[in-house]
Ligand binder design. Sequence first.
Ligand code: 9D3
Length: 248
Amino acid sequence: MRFDVLTLFPEMITSAAGVGITGRAQERKIIELSAWNPRDYTHDNHKTVDDRPYGGGPGMVMKYQPLHDALMVAQQAHPDPAKVVYLSPQGRLISQSLLAGASKWPRLILVAGRYEGIDERFIAGHCDEEWSIGDYVLSGGELAALVVIDAITRLLPGALGDVESALQDSHSDGLLDCPHYTRPEVINGIAVPDVLLSGNHADINRWRMKQALGKTWCKRPDLLNGKQLTAEQTALLNEFINEVGREN
Ligand code: 9D3
């Protein structure tokens, strides 16, 4: 899959995506990533990318022309058809399922804004979708673009190592993770749960599922709404709830 990002801070994208899973995915040609700076497509001496908002008020707006010219160059740099997504606080809230859909696209051009946003006519004329990563205020779209690139890359065949892939298709999909422990066996008087030292992998798997279900029920009950649990999962969750009830 090919990603292009239109951004006033291209090094923010290329440096962050150059390491870890996304860095390795680029080396393995599972993803291609380029960043394009609208400032490189200005024609005035000051390389102006922003201007004052019509109607007045505070802040600046990204100009249409540098964004448009950067987009045309990015689009023509590669023959695959691209979806263009503008990252903005007004966008549709992204989810794992939305990103799983996008991971089937051959190419995605992400537009990261700065200042108060970009000229509405660029959105209307050139953007297929508008996405947000959540209800909090960022300084620009770059971190959102990195979130999208990272989360999609993990879904592409071959992007994860064997260990990460094995972890990904475990049976706890859509649940919070169970607790994890490593050596030493006791820290600050807190011992690792006995079952994890037992060597009984059926018991260990049941304990982990019970913890995942219980933690999800306690902290994110919304994730259980409309989720079909197996008879065993229902039994494990009821065990957990009865035990918590006794502790509190
Ligand atoms: C405080 C500025 N706000 C004035 C009412 C509006 C505003 C403009 C630009 C708020 C944030 C931004 C920059 N944000 C993004 O570009 C952005 C974003 C975000 O802030 N939150 C969640 N997802 C995204 S995607 C892009």
